[in-house]
Design a protein around this ligand. Sequence first.
Ligand code: GUN
Length: 291
Amino acid sequence: MANIISGTELASVIKKDIKQETDRLSKCGVTPGLAVIIVGDDPASKIYVNNKKKACEAVGFYSEEIALPADTTQKDLLAVIDKLNKRFDIDGILVQLPLPSHLNEKAVIGAISPKKDVDCFSPFNVGRVMIGDYRFLPCTPAGVMELIKSTGIEISGKNCVVIGRSNIVGKPMAMMLLNESGTVTICHSKTENLAQVTSQADILVCAVGKANFVTADMVKEGAVVIDVGINRNEDGKLCGDVDFEAVAEKAGYITPVPGGVGPMTIAMLMKNTLTAAKLNASAAMKKTGKK
Ligand code: GUN
């Protein structure tokens, strides 16, 4: 039976450290601030945004939710972002995705100042991850890296397989494993002989978005299996991409859903916001000549 890696427990330890550092910063007059923009009333997005707000409260950040109607124009949304880019009390700006289809997601993300892009979605910040010279890491893959590292298993030289090639999970995930000297393969919907590839993986990251997609025959004995999926099964119960019961019999380590990657994504968002606040504060001090 695999060891279960608890994202809930690891996230709680990370958030405790962030709170301590926030308390220290606040004594120097710096309170990290996160603005979260939500357009429309997608129920899942509302839950995610609410969880982010609660996490900000727990670590002592200032947070502001900007809820805009579903028919908000591109121009109006860009004007909101522009104002937030200029505010000194806001260190991080996050636009909850997906956006209503009439809005241009790429242009919206590109409008966020790279210094405040705590999702790490902008081309500038993605490029920095690519060359291994970054301030922020995208939250979900960063959370996955922490989960893998918590097992004590060395990534260097290992066969790492990522299923999924999205811009926000699969691609940066592969890059981050490569930055740690993993031997990385990215699989996707067109991959031939998928089970043959995945069953070579010492570390398997699944970000597909399909319940029970990864079955025990696709997993190597003793592998680390990280499940990024958030799906509902036929009974409406929350589940990941991995057939947890069967794969847990074979894997060495496995993350549950819920309680695995999800809480870590939010913890990493808090970490990025704290980093942004520190960078912004030191830039402001340089401007005023303060030490
Ligand atoms: N929608 C689903 N996950 C995310 C995320 O991590 N960030 C944003 N901005 N939107 C999302």
